[in-house]
Design a protein around this ligand. Structure first.
Ligand code: PHE
Length: 340
């Protein structure tokens, strides 16, 4: 019986040493030490031993049990340690490796130009105001002194929503909406950026585009103030050397009116394809606000006067970045957008 016991020990210890998982070790515990295990089965046979030997075999069996328990526990802790190492190795992280660069979008060129223009005027003391894109005919035309039969009111240029409601064709209605709220208070110094709509569609015109309106009302505002503000603006946007000129023009809501040109940003004024060899580029419309526009909103034109100007953001951006087709701004082709 002793021999059998020592064989069992050898066998068990071999099996335990070879176990690769905690589960296998638990199975071995049951196989050797469980209620129906090998050891128990051998000890059942003790009855056939001479009485004198029984205590010795019993003691031996106990020692074996303790020994195997220890072997099992040791094996389990070895396996757990191995498992921990394996996990650690799998989770190993080289913190010195360069990270994966996150995909960053870029600011749309029109947004960039709009922000740049806004920042310049904020620096000149203007405040930003926005108005509705779906506008009443009164604000878009009537209050801006457009005669009833003015061609710009024609269905050809304007997207009408209903008889008197339309998509604004310019940002100038924000002047009237602002004056209604501010009159008779002065000073007023506002820029109004936003989308406008015209039934127009070619390489330099899109049915939807963006404008920035600017206007100021105060006591003693003169054409000199308008020139000063605009010259400061174009020098900040296009560089100190940029020259500017006013060409007489006409808008129903300004008097006098002007179209403002800057020296060509491409050739510096020598003449090139972009400026049609004139050396000049038209960038905005401007003028002194027509007294009628101020009066309908409640200003006393004996006491106050104002100037206004309006420019297309796409046109400014096309000149700034040398883009020759306005479509490119709206196609959302990443090959185009990623260049900014
Ligand atoms: N609203 C005019 C346009 O869209 C531009 C403009 C604004 C002209 C303000 C003069 C004063 O063409």
């Amino acid at each position: 019986m002793r021999e059998e016991l020592s064989r069992i020990v050898t066998q068990a210890e071999e099996a335990i040493a070879g176990a690769q998982t905690v589960e296998t070790v638990e199975e071995l515990r049951i196989r050797y030490l469980g209620k129906k295990g090998v050891l128990t089965r051998v000890l059942r046979g003790m009855g056939s031993l001479p009485p004198a030997e029984r205590p010795l075999v019993g003691k031996l069996a106990n020692e074996i049990k303790v020994r195997l328990e220890a072997d099992l526990a040791a094996r389990i802790s070895v396996l757990k340690e191995k498992e921990k190492e394996r996990k650690l190795a799998a989770e190993k992280l080289d913190v010195t490796l360069p990270g994966t660069r996150p995909f960053l979008g870029s600011v749309h060129p029109l947004t960039a130009v709009r922000t740049e223009i806004e920042d310049i005027f904020l620096g000149l003391g203007f405040q930003i105001v926005e108005g509705p894109e779906v506008e009443h005919e009164y604000y878009n035309f009537e209050a801006l002194n457009f005669p009833r039969d003015h061609p710009a009111r024609d269905m050809q240029d304007t997207f009408f929503v209903s008889d008197e409601v339309l998509l604004r064709t310019h940002t100038s209605p924000v002047q009237v909406r602002t004056f209604e709220k501010t009159a008779p208070e002065v000073p007023v110094k506002i820029i109004a950026p936003g989308k406008v709509y015209r039934e127009d569609d070619d390489a330099t015109h899109s049915p939807m585009f963006n404008q920035i309106e600017g206007f100021a009302v105060d006591t003693r505002i003169t054409l000199g103030d308008l020139k000063g503000v605009l010259h400061s603006f174009v020098r900040q946007l296009y560089g100190e050397k940029t020259r500017m000129r006013f060409r007489a023009s006409f808008f129903p809501f300004t008097e006098p009116s002007a179209e403002v040109d800057i020296s060509c940003v491409i050739c510096g004024g020598h003449g090139c394809r972009v400026c049609s060899h004139t050396g000049w580029l038209e960038i905005l419309g401007a003028g002194m606000i027509h007294p009628r526009v101020l009066e309908v909103s409640g200003y006393d034109t004996e006491k106050v006067s104002g100037f206004a100007f309006g420019m297309g953001i796409e046109r400014i951006a096309m000149l700034k970045y040398g883009v020759d087709n306005i479509r490119l701004f709206f196609d959302n082709d990443l090959r185009f957008l990623q260049q900014f």
